[in-house]
Design a protein around this ligand. Structure first.
Ligand code: NAD
Length: 499
């Protein structure tokens, strides 16, 4: 069993707390490693040396910092297969999905290669008589990233790339369930030219998270995870005077209009609902067909597609559709929620409980489940299941479908399938959700736009990556300057002795 480490001041460092968390192989149910859980003292020491390292990094001109991003991007590409394998080994997602995880993070690194442009600041010439104003964007200092298990490469990269390109040092606290990708990324960043100490990976649980939130040197916290923890971290960070953006959970709906191409909608729902075992914050977990006929036809189209899904370990090759869920507890919780759906009166069209795979009997696999005729008062609708379960809630009209999405407490992503531009436009305009897909199931914006939900899916201000990230990771200083007349008017040009 491998004992993992922290990555501090450019070296692999063993934990001193004596506390560890098991890192599982979700496909076999075996413990494959253990990750040290840092103490408050370890965290504070890592922050102190990051603060020292940050001074030199901030003084490095933006273009040179961008060159480190260029090299970092090249190294990520070069190590794509290795990184994808690290992702899949601890998370369980398929290798193509693991590659996608790395790729969507790499794209943010690519945007950060243009960081100097984003950091240029603003200038007003002659804002008053002889008065000029200019504003500059300066790094915050030491910032922290706290990330979830479900995207072990992408989300740490969303955090570290803009923070570092802006001249900050970062303390990264990855999920204790999938820490290895972050540890490897830190080594690659250093190989790319990042000075030692500028990116510190400190592993841990609540104890180290609280230490980050209470450390006075840490200026900002970027969090991604479940809603209750996002809200907690936002509150404690704000109380301690830190800048915080905390992204939480989701319940993403797709509305299917009667005029939609139902084959395309069904294909999209299967990919968006069951891909990565439903463990995506942008997964579609609720299908909302409009009209009974649309609903009946959609279920008919979904059923054979869902039944055909191949569930297996990432090692089984590229034709596996999705892998295990993250822990035994997650499997148990998901199966419990499926049971609650049955008890509360939803129609279970396909039951994924009790799924077993020969040779992987102890793995955390859950077969695909499909519910029809669910209603908003049921737990399968209210809870973020975060598993391979798609729930159909029938709506009588477009207005009823829209109201369902609007009334939902979460607001991460949503989608509509329709052939009518006017309906699509109305939906995009009126829905209170941060990311909207039109005939597009998982509308994760490209890296030069920004990513962020509304309502209980995000706490704080500014989105992740894109232009917002350069605002989040810098503070603005504005200078108002006036120069009094000097040598230009009435200067003394003759050489004479001083009185
Ligand atoms: P989680 O909230 O359990 O953990 C996230 C991070 O918080 C981890 O680093 C963990 O160590 C830490 N943490 C956990 N409990 C804590 C506590 N009590 N105090 C302090 N820190 C704590 O989330 P997860 O299970 O790793 O990830 C899945 C969740 O993340 C889902 O709800 C999913 O929707 C959400 N998510 C959201 C986005 C987004 O951008 N909105 C993206 C990906 C995942």
């Amino acid at each position: 069993m491998e004992e993992l480490w922290h990555y501090i001041d450019g070296a692999r460092v063993k934990g001193t707390s004596g506390r560890f968390s098991d890192v599982m192989n979700p496909a076999t149910g075996e413990v494959q490693g253990r990750v040290p859980l840092a103490t408050v003292e370890e965290l504070n020491a890592a922050v102190a040396s990051a603060a020292e390292a940050q001074k030199g990094w901030a003084a490095t001109n933006p273009q040179r910092r961008a060159r480190v991003m260029m090299k970092f991007g090249a190294l990520i590409n070069e190590h794509m297969d290795e990184l994808a394998e690290l992702v899949s080994r601890e998370h369980g997602k398929t290798l193509p999905d693991g590659r996608g995880d790395v790729q969507r993070g790499l794209e943010v690194v690519e945007v950060c290669m243009g960081a100097p442009h984003m950091l240029k600041g603003e200038y007003t010439d002659d804002g008053g008589p002889g008065i000029d104003l200019y504003s500059m964007r300066q790094p915050l200092g030491v910032v922290a990233g706290i990330t979830p298990f479900n995207f072990p490469a992408m989300i740490p990269l969303w955090k570290m790339a803009p923070a570092l390109a802006c001249g900050n040092a970062m303390i990264l606290k990855p999920s204790e369930r999938c820490p290895s990708t972050s540890l490897r990324l830190a080594e690659l960043a250093e190989e790319a030219g990042l000075p030692k100490g500028v990116l510190q990976v400190v592993n841990g649980d609540k104890e180290v998270v609280d230490a980050i939130l209470d450390n006075e040197t840490v200026q900002a916290v970027g969090f991604v995870g479940s809603t209750p923890i996002a809200q907690y971290i936002y509150g404690r960070a704000a109380t301690n005077g830190k800048r915080a953006q905390c992204f939480g959970g989701a319940k993403n709906h797709m509305i299917i209009m009667p005029d939609a191409d139902l084959d395309k909608a069904a294909d999209a729902l299967v990919g968006a609902g069951y891909g990565a075992a439903g463990e995506r914050c942008m997964a579609i977990s609720v299908a909302v067909p409009v009209g009974e006929e649309t609903a009946d036809r959609l279920v008919e189209k979904l059923k054979p597609r869902v039944e055909k899904l191949k569930v297996g370990p990432y090692t089984a090759g590229e034709d596996v559709d999705y892998g295990p869920v993250i822990t035994a507890a997650a499997k148990q919780r998901i199966e419990g929620l499926i049971a609650s759906g049955v008890d509360q009166g939803a129609e279970l069209v396909i039951d994924g409980r009790g799924f077993e795979l020969q040779g992987y009997e102890n793995g955390f696999f859950v077969g695909p489940s499909l519910f029809d005729r669910a209603s908003p008062d049921m737990d399968i609708y209210k809870e973020e299941i975060f598993g391979p379960v798609l729930t159909q809630v029938r709506a009588g009209s477009y207005e009823e479908a829209l109201e369902l999405v609007v009334d939902n407490p979460y607001g991460n992503g949503t989608a509509i399938y329709t052939a009518d531009g006017d309906t699509a436009r109305d939906f995009a305009h009126n829905v209170n959700v941060g990311m909207v897909g039109i005939n597009f199931p998982i509308p994760v914006p490209l890296s030069y736009h920004t990513f962020g939900g509304w309502k209980k899916s995000a706490f704080g201000d500014l989105n992740q990556y894109g232009p917002d990230a350069f605002r989040f990771y810098t503070k603005t200083k504005t200078v108002t300057a006036r120069w009094f007349s000097g040598i230009k008017e009435g200067g003394e040009f003759n050489f004479k002795a001083m009185d």
